[in-house]
Ligand binder design. Structure first.
Ligand code: ASP
Length: 449
């Protein structure tokens, strides 16, 4: 049995949906299908999820939301007309949206999640309807009925453990299951969404719950590439990666898979195959627990911007027992996650994503560190970008750091920080945000050209 997830571009038009249907029907093992909301039809297009967010924001601000609502309905209606479905399905979708708007709510974030989830929910209903109309036995399954329960962290939910047992019961259905991605329900019955791009996570949870043989994640590229095709012309494709490698790469900017996707399947060792809806016969990229290393030390290079670093200095810091814990405690009490913590004997840097640090939090954290930890200096450095060089094969291979730093030096890129974990599966370089793209190209050329 396989779980297949189809992303937004695979759901964007009637033509794409027809491709999905032939992929589904070409393999009887494809029994559970997870879908995203219709995504972009062309580069400048707007995803249905973004339209829904816009519509919800307008409603919350007492602005006129009708034009956006009608754009959303048009997106579904365009698909339904081309698939020759009855107009009733479009009416049902419009009613579904209007009901979501009119139901009472007690917080803006609850309302927002209820609206955001409408893209996936209605897309799944439409796909099930279409499959039935062409004689394929398929049924839409609602996440609440299936027991997909999530934490009540709106827009950033995590799966609750009991969901796995509930979802395992889905294997009793005879029909192909069409399951909306991206959302589930809190224990109090509210719609809650995963972070953006979270339909990947839904697919992974279902794959883990049903203990399937393979989780196929269909997108719009033939495979994962060693580095972003936006930066490198025809980069080398990757045929096989380990979970750890993929996790590191998606953490640091590979958008092909949401960074939280692999956790459920990782625990159960279920392989993931990233494939292309537009070219399903291409083998894609396989993500597995372990792999033979015959492709060289570096598997991929990723980079991301939007970081800052809190730099703390205190003479004799290394002798002060509990210093690190106290710093961490300040962050914990301010509810700020940290990404990396490179350190020296008398200094420590805490790398944080800027989005988690608003002005108030920043001032409180800086003040508390200065006062409570009696440091010599504490400062914050912005415009920090991270580049990650990832590969299981780097372990026990001398000279990787030398080759990377030489490539960066040749391109006049200053390294602010370096961090390598004990697993040696990745090396992180902290550099100026402006240098991230240049650095990726330089490292790519060093290892792959
Ligand atoms: N539709 C949602 C988004 O655009 C979730 C997804 O596509 O995975 O973020």
């Amino acid at each position: 049995m396989k779980v297949c997830k189809f992303g937004g571009t695979s759901m964007a038009t009637a033509q794409q949906i027809k491709k999905i249907c032939s992929i589904i029907t070409s393999d009887p093992d494809r029994k559970v299908i997870v879908v995203s909301a219709p995504g972009k039809r062309f580069d400048a297009d707007i995803k249905v999820t973004d339209l829904l967010i816009d519509c919800a924001a307008k409603y919350l601000n007492n602005e006129d939301y009708e034009p956006v609502l009608s754009d959303i309905v048009s997106r579904f209606s365009e698909i339904a007309v081309e698939l020759e479905l009855s107009n009733q399905i479009v009416k049902d979708i419009e009613n579904n949206l209007r009901t979501r708007i009119s139901l009472p709510y007690d917080s803006a974030e609850k309302f927002m999640d209820r609206m955001k989830a409408a893209g996936e929910d209605n897309a799944a209903r439409l796909l099930a309807f279409y499959l039935s109309s062409i004689g394929v036995k398929a049924r839409y399954v609602n996440p609440k009925d299936a027991g997909l329960f999530l934490s009540d962290e709106y827009g950033n939910a995590r799966v609750l453990p009991q969901s796995y047992k509930n979802l395992a019961k889905l294997n009793t259905y005879e029909e192909i299951i069409i399951f909306p991605g991206f959302f589930g329900y809190s224990l109090s019955g509210e719609v809650v969404t995963f972070p953006r791009g979270g339909s990947d996570i839904t697919g992974s949870i279902l794959a883990a719950a049903l203990q399937v043989d393979l989780y196929e994640n269909f997108t719009d590229v033939d495979s994962v590439f060693v580095a972003s095709p936006k930066l490198i012309k025809n980069p080398k494709p990757i045929s096989i990666l380990t979970y750890r490698e993929m996790r590191e790469l998606s953490y640091a900017g590979f958008s092909v898979l949401h960074e939280e996707t692999l956790e459920p399947v990782f625990k159960r060792g279920i392989p993931v195959n990233i494939k292309n809806t537009n070219n399903p016969s291409s083998p894609g990229t396989l993500i597995v627990p372990t792999r033979e290393n015959n492709t060289g030390p570096v598997a991929g290079i990723a980079g991301d911007t939007g970081f800052c670093s809190i730099n703390i200095n205190k003479y004799m810091m290394n002798r002060e027992i509990g210093f690190g814990r106290k710093v961490m405690q300040v962050l914990e009490e301010e509810f700020v996650p940290f990404e990396h913590m490179p350190s020296g004997i008398d200094d420590i840097s805490i790398i944080i994503r800027k989005k988690y640090l608003d002005e108030d939090k920043k001032s409180r954290i800086m003040e508390r560190i200065a006062k409570e930890l009696m440091v010599d200096s504490v400062s914050i450095e912005y415009d920090l970008g991270l580049v990650m060089v990832v590969g299981e094969g780097m372990k026990n291979t001398p000279g990787i750091l030398y080759r990377v730093t030489s490539a960066l030096a040749r391109n006049n890129i200053n390294i602010r920080m370096v961090n390598q974990g004990s697993s040696e599966v990745s090396i992180m370089f902290g550099i100026s945000e402006d240098d991230v793209n240049k650095a990726i190209v330089a490292i790519y050329n060093e290892f792959f050209e």
